[in-house]
Ligand binder design. Structure first.
Ligand code: SAM
Length: 245
């Protein structure tokens, strides 16, 4: 997977005050580098998503990516899916969608697609989908709005349709949680982030990224009605879940 953005040095300079993290133009510009250096096994997760989506996506149906950012997942999927499959990307950052549109053009994504600028806190209308994805996005939705969003997705999925969720998670108890966070920051150091970049980003995300435990996410999916739920990826405080209607 090519990295198609400037280097992420957003938190390099010490800031006098740290505001809440926002997916604005400055983030969109460096996002592909940021996500690759901040999410463990991001490239492998993307490869696994292609593998999974390929087995669930049906011709003449839609594949939704909710929180699609710069469109990396769709671009990775495009060569592997039937051209009759429609892409629907949703994000509430106009800057991310602008970047996504430019990348689609560059990569020749010529199938029917739609990019919607919407706030997923308000729920979503999903129509005739065989696959929906929430890749590192549910964690940014207000906890009180998550049940409704998952229910909306469930409603719009075809029978046997699949929802893929990747999330940062809390450890199941505080001991593991502490250790997993320590190993996560070690990974960020290995990927070239400094102490002040790590701590300023942590502060910026504090009120914005609200992780659940893996089992809480699993329960949310089962309680909504998904019949089969399994973990397809786990690395300390990150996990991927696959749920089938
Ligand atoms: C970590 S990124 C997702 C990464 C992307 N799915 C990928 O695999 O590279 C989270 C995305 O969710 C979007 N987002 C956050 N809150 C949102 C909301 N309330 N409604 C819609 N999109 C939201 C952000 O703008 C951002 O593009």
């Amino acid at each position: 997977m090519a990295i198609e953005s400037d280097k992420d040095d957003l938190f390099h300079e010490p800031r006098p005050a740290i505001g809440d993290f926002r997916f604005d133009r400055s983030v969109a510009t460096v996002f592909d580098d940021m996500v690759t250096r901040s999410v463990p096994y991001y490239v492998e997760i993307q490869r696994m998503l292609v593998e999974l989506v390929r087995d669930f996506a049906l011709p003449d149906s839609a594949v939704y990516d909710l929180g699609c950012s710069t469109g990396t997942t769709f671009i990775n999927l495009h060569p592997h899916l039937d051209p009759r499959i429609r892409f629907v990307g949703v994000d509430n950052s106009a800057e991310m969608l602008e970047k996504c549109r430019a990348k689609f053009k560059e990569h020749g994504v010529n199938r029917p697609f739609e990019l919607q600028c919407r706030d997923l806190n308000d729920g979503i209308v999903v129509e005739d989908a065989s696959v929906a994805m929430l890749i590192l996005t549910l964690q940014f939705i207000r906890p009180l709005r998550r049940d409704r969003l998952i229910a909306d997705i469930y409603k719009g999925l075809r029978p046997q349709g699949c929802l893929l969720v990747v999330e940062k998670v809390l450890g199941e108890d505080s001991l593991f949680n502490r250790l997993f966070i320590k190993y996560y920051y070690d990974m960020k150091r290995r990927n070239g982030y400094s102490e002040s970049e790590i701590s300023q980003k942590r502060e910026a995300l504090e009120n914005v990224l609200i992780p659940y435990k893996l089992l809480e996410n699993r329960e949310l999916l089962l309680a909504t009605g998904f019949r089969h739920v399994d973990v397809f990826f786990k690395w300390y405080n990150f996990c991927g879940l696959v749920a089938v209607k």
